[in-house]
Ligand binder design. Structure first.
Ligand SMILES: [Mn+2]
Length: 326
């Protein structure tokens, strides 16, 4: 870090103020308005009007913040201190209209775009999966079509529900139609569970998606899966969208559309750590619905997932800064 660069302001010191005291920003980090600007902005989108089954993900953003109180500043699995490598700050919530999905989608796109314009990468805490579409629109406006790694039990490339184009089961079909994804590098990971018909899969493949099912992860192992994903992504700008229902209900019961036979949280975290060289430009973790949770199992898993993603972004930011100074 060069001398003119201010040392990032890190989390509250938990040896002085207990972890369970004070307001719950993500990982006890400063708010964005306290630090002025951020390299990584953690932003909530408490919106769940796009769900097809159990509602409740509107409470996910703050549940993940609460569960993130126990995150510590050094990440040994990636040998990095993300909050020292880059300024990470909590940007609060985007206030999306719960009664008007079209207006909510516009609001999220605009607010995400404003944060991206400050130079921040986004670590978004949902909210239901509908929000991935406006987030991708904002990211693509900055980076062009992006590679997408989509962790989910479901494909989320269905066309419409009840005639509605914007739902939590349709964001990636809309994104392909809009040309905001790089269709040479699209992957679903953790896919499983019953579908409406085989056509769901053939339609999805036509859009360019590759599928790594949860059974593939178990059979091939996390290292091989991460290697293959990394090769497919290369150095393209990458967006990672994580529906917490990619995890087995044993690891994430608090979600809207659970499916048996999913990945463990250990497998998810290890695959993410295997993406260390990728150019992760922004990410989301969505579909945490705390009312169906037990003992914060789901929000703890989501907070650690967001922590690994934040670490990936902070490492990339530090590496880019270093190469620019050379
Ligand atoms: Mn989803």
């Amino acid at each position: 870090m060069s001398s003119d660069q201010q040392q990032p302001r890190g989390p509250v010191d938990s040896s002085r103020i207990p972890r369970f005291a004070g307001p719950a920003t993500f990982a006890r980090l400063p708010r964005l308005d306290e630090v002025g600007r951020a390299d990584v902005a953690v932003v909530g989108v408490p919106f769940d009007s796009g769900v097809s089954y159990r509602p409740g993900a509107r409470f996910g953003s703050n549940a993940v913040r609460e569960a993130s109180r126990l995150l510590r500043p050094y990440n040994p699995a990636q040998d990095a201190s993300p909050f020292a490598l880059a300024q990470v700050a909590d940007a609060g919530d985007i206030a999306a209209n719960p009664f008007d999905i079209h207006e909510a989608v516009e609001t999220v796109e605009r607010a995400a775009g404003e944060l991206l314009d400050t130079g921040a990468r986004l670590m978004t805490l949902g909210g239901d999966h509908t929000i991935a579409l406006p987030l991708l629109r904002a990211v693509a406006r900055k980076h062009g079509p992006v590679a997408l790694l989509h962790f989910d039990a479901h494909l989320d490339t269905w066309d419409t529900y009840f005639g509605a184009e914007y739902t939590h089961g349709t964001p990636f079909r809309r994104a392909v139609e809009e040309g905001i994804l790089d269709t040479s590098a699209l992957s679903h990971v953790g896919t499983r569970g019953p579908l409406y018909g085989k056509k769901d899969l053939t339609d999805d493949a036509k859009m360019g998606f590759g599928i790594v099912t949860s059974a593939d992860v178990m059979r091939r192992g996390v290292d091989e899966v991460a290697d293959q994903l990394r090769q497919r992504i290369g150095d393209r700008p990458l967006y990672v969208s994580i529906d917490i229902d990619c995890l087995d209900p044993a690891h994430a019961p608090g979600t809207g559309t659970p499916e048996a036979g999913g990945m463990t949280s250990r497998e998810l975290l290890e695959i993410l750590r295997g993406l260390a060289s990728c150019n992760l430009v922004s990410a989301d973790v969505v579909e945490v619905a705390p009312a169906y949770d037990h003992a914060e199992i789901t929000s703890v898993a989501a907070s650690h997932t967001a922590y690994e993603l934040t670490t990936l972004m902070a490492r990339r930011i530090a590496a880019e800064r270093e190469s620019a100074e050379r």
